[in-house]
Design a protein around this ligand. Structure first.
Ligand SMILES: Nc1ncnc2c1ncn2[C@@H]1O[C@H](COP(=O)(O)OP(=O)(O)OP(=O)(O)O)[C@@H](O)[C@H]1O
Length: 229
């Protein structure tokens, strides 16, 4: 008996534009809950835009996006999109992941501080806690942004090339981390150019020129998530 996988995000006829540029064209997809989904495709194919649409930071020009999750999605952007010269420390950066959970004065409680410490520990950046982001290597900064994403404790974690620029061991560690996080009940969607990371995902979506070209569900219909009604 096939056990149906619930859908975390359902996209129907979604198109997205930047001015005159069409980045997504009539995208239809069901993203399985509590699994790792890899978005793969060449540069400029629309992966980041799709993540932005799912995160709710880029409004689709047409179509619908339905999220089953209660929490606000956590979106971890590519490091090139993060400001370089902000005088914030690694700890501050990770702590920003708690902002949505804090009151008006954004004062972290003991539990928030413990979580921030745990997220830094998980990404191996505890020793860098007092360093400013601008003083870090690209890979170290990328880990700080990932720790910030984890600190949000969202049940929908969206990551844009989380292992880009990391050394091979660190790339493997990030892929392991994503699998661990999804095993804990989080839906993970990540854009990647790393074939190993894509192959280790539970579900793959291949994008080309703003369209979905293939999913692994095409090859194995039993693996397709079952739509929610
Ligand atoms: N801010 C923007 N303004 C105008 N066009 C944009 C903008 N961002 C992306 N685009 C265009 O939208 C299309 C999809 O870009 P997107 O960044 O989603 O691709 P991608 O698959 O994530 O690429 P990469 O692998 O290089 O990160 C491309 O044609 C790109 O040039």
């Amino acid at each position: 008996m096939v056990c149906p996988t619930p859908v975390a995000v359902g996209l129907r006829d979604v198109s997205a534009v930047y001015g005159a540029t069409t980045a997504l064209r009539q995208v239809n997809a069901d993203i399985p809950a509590h699994r790792v989904t890899a978005l793969v495709g060449p540069n400029g194919s629309g992966k980041s835009t799709l993540l932005g649409v799912i995160a709710g930071v880029h409004s689709p020009a047409s179509g619908t996006v339905r999220r089953a999750h209660d929490e606000h999605p956590a979106l971890v952007v590519q490091r090139s999109a993060a400001p370089d010269r902000l005088p914030v420390t690694v700890r501050d950066t990770v702590a920003m992941g708690r902002w949505a959970h804090l009151g008006a004065w954004r004062r972290p409680k003991a539990a928030d501080r413990a979580l921030i410490d745990a997220c830094m520990e998980r990404l191996g950046i505890s020793a860098l806690a007092s360093r400013t982001l601008g003083s870090l290597s690209g890979g170290q900064r990328q880990r700080a942004l990932l720790a910030q994403g984890l600190a949000q404790q969202s049940d929908l974690l969206l990551l844009d090339e989380p292992a880009a620029g990391l050394d091979p061991d660190a790339q493997t560690a990030i892929t392991d981390l994503l699998a661990e996080v999804s095993a804990g009940g989080v839906t993970v969607i990540h854009a990647t150019h790393d074939t190993d990371a894509a192959l280790r995902a539970d579900h793959r979506i291949l994008i080309g020129n703003g369209r979905i070209v293939a999913t692994n569900a095409d090859a194995d219909p039993a693996a397709a998530p079952h739509p929610v009604h």
